[in-house]
Design a binder for this molecule. Structure first.
Ligand SMILES: Cc1cc2nc3c(=O)[nH]c(=O)nc-3n(C[C@H](O)[C@H](O)[C@H](O)COP(=O)(O)OP(=O)(O)OC[C@H]3O[C@@H](n4cnc5c(N)ncnc54)[C@H](O)[C@@H]3O)c2cc1C
Length: 463
């Protein structure tokens, strides 16, 4: 049984690994730079309720998160309301399927195509399994099987919006695991997506009360197990001396967005086993300190993201004019990239808010930041005006009860084919260092559906 295990990073990856270990009777020590845990699964008080500010849902592609929620006593729900793609004032339904690729030829999302574009897409049925089998990116596959129009009008708004990267930069096997094999089996892309997704099975879910309930429940359970959690400690250096790791840590200056070490507060921690569950920008410089590891590349940086959460009181919002929300087609005359009508998508939020502020109180989240666009930090008035246009209703300053704007910077690493190759050689080098494991979104894949199962598996299998 491993002893003296230290987990670097108390985001969802670090907490999940710690929990899987604790269940086996292995009590790790978590070191987290910030004074709060959960990393990008962040929450805060807005409009008098605890609201997700970062991640708000998980993909149902693996059963691990559902099982984790069940174990922790967290009920979860799939989203209410249809979601849309918005293109200069015209909204069309988002395909039910995978990253905007429909799982059926009857999907309403095809209505965005012209007759000629639809005819090109229909060729997928007759192309056979080999066409696109050598594609490395999501864009290549969609372009060659369904045509450029499907890529631009249906896939790019969804995949590009969620990954904050162009589909030309998204590694096919990382963002669509199993799809390549399914095409070989099914003979067409649409049938392959159908075999993975089914016709109408939901693809997302959220614990009732928000994604941050998972963080809260994990922390509570870890404390009950007796796992030591140290917040406000930044890891600044690491080395392996004999069979032990020496980890240099320093107190954090308390800065919420970019904590820095306070000089003169350094101390050395020793560990037999280290699990790095840091962001890529923190993990890579530390990994490069090991003589066995040698690389010169940097993790690719996604677009700088800004999110604005608005608490609004306006009865026109009760009609859910754009269902659970929309993704904006790149190239539209609109600076926002997405809008989530959170209180429609997740009804607990509406119920909780209406108890405090009365009926017709809603949460609307507007997101900004696309690759290769200058960083935009909108004002509350900008956000209100963007939300009004996207929802096609007039929202005014008097409707606005509260607003929280957060600039996340380039927080997500797009998983490009180049990054995937880099990771493959890095993983071989990491395997040369006994006692070291690495997890987190930059290595596991963006999104909780990839991050949590990866982190859990490390905790379950650590020897
Ligand atoms: C606005 C936004 C919305 C999102 N929405 C969704 C969504 O709806 N669904 C979804 O699946 N995904 C979503 N994501 C992505 C998802 O949140 C991340 O993939 C996931 O939370 C990453 O978890 P992690 O533990 O790997 O990394 P992080 O959350 O980045 O955790 C790393 C932790 O390490 C700590 N750390 C860093 N450096 C050091 C150091 N030197 N010493 C000590 N500690 C350190 C950090 O403070 C942090 O707590 C969203 C992301 C953002 C930014």
């Amino acid at each position: 049984m491993p002893e003296n295990v230290v987990i670097l990073g108390g985001g969802i990856a670090g907490l999940t690994t710690a929990y899987a270990l604790a269940k086996r009777g292995i009590l790790a020590r978590i070191i987290e730079a910030r004074h709060h845990l959960g990393g990008l699964v962040a929450s805060g008080h807005v409009g008098g309720i605890q609201l997700d500010l970062g991640a708000e849902s998980f993909a149902l592609r693996s059963s691990v998160i559902c099982e984790l929620c069940d174990e922790l006593g967290l009920p979860y729900r799939t989203p209410a309301g249809q979601s849309w793609v918005w293109n200069d004032g015209i909204a069309t339904p988002i395909a039910h399927g995978l990253w905007g690729i429909p799982s059926s030829w009857d999907d309403h999302a095809f209505q965005v195509l012209t007759d000629d574009e639809l005819e090109i897409a229909h060729r997928d049925r007759a192309l056979g399994p080999r066409v696109g089998s050598d594609s490395t990116t999501l864009a290549e596959l969609v372009r060659v099987r369904l045509g450029q129009a499907v890529l631009e009008k249906m896939v790019e708004p969804v995949a590009g919006g969620v990954h904050t990267a162009s589909p030309d930069d998204l590694d096919l096997d990382t963002v669509c695991p199993g799809l390549r094999d399914a095409i070989q089996r099914e003979g067409s892309l649409i049938s392959a997506v159908h075999s993975i997704r089914g016709n109408s099975a939901p693809v997302l879910a959220q614990p009732v009360g928000g994604m941050s309930q998972l963080v809260r429940a994990l922390i509570e359970r870890l404390k009950r197990f007796g796992t030591q959690i140290d917040t406000g400690l930044i890891v600044t250096d690491i080395a392996r001396e004999g069979s032990e790791f020496e980890i240099l840590v320093a107190e954090s200056d308390g800065n919420r967005s970019n904590p820095k070490p306070v000089p003169g507060t350094e101390e050395i921690l020793n560990a037999d086993r280290v699990i790095m569950a840091l962001s890529g920008s923190s993990a890579l410089p530390l990994l490069n300190k090991f003589p066995e590891i040698n690389f010169e590349w940097e993790a690719p940086q996604g677009a700088a993201i800004t999110t604005a959460s608005l608490i609004l009181n306006n009865s026109l919002l009760d009609e859910a004019p754009r269902g659970s929300g929309l993704l904006v087609k790149p190239g539209s005359a609109m600076r926002a990239k997405a809008l989530t009508h959170y209180s429609i998508k997740w009804p607990w939020a509406y119920e909780t808010l209406s108890k405090i502020h009365g009926p017709s109180t809603h949460v609307v989240r507007v997101s900004y930041g696309r690759p290769d666009e200058p960083v935009q930090i909108p004002s509350p008035s900008d956000v209100l005006s963007d939300a009004s246009r996207l929802l096609s209703i007039e929202l005014s300053r008097t409707d606005l009860l509260d607003c929280r704007i957060i600039h996340w910077g380039p927080s997500l690493s797009p998983h490009s084919p180049e990054h995937r190759n880099h990771l493959e050689s890095l993983k071989r080098e990491i395997a040369l260092i006994p006692g070291l494991d690495v997890t987190g979104a930059w290595i596991a894949g963006t999104g909780l559906g990839a991050v949590i199962p990866h982190a859990y598996e490390i905790g379950e299998n650590l020897e």
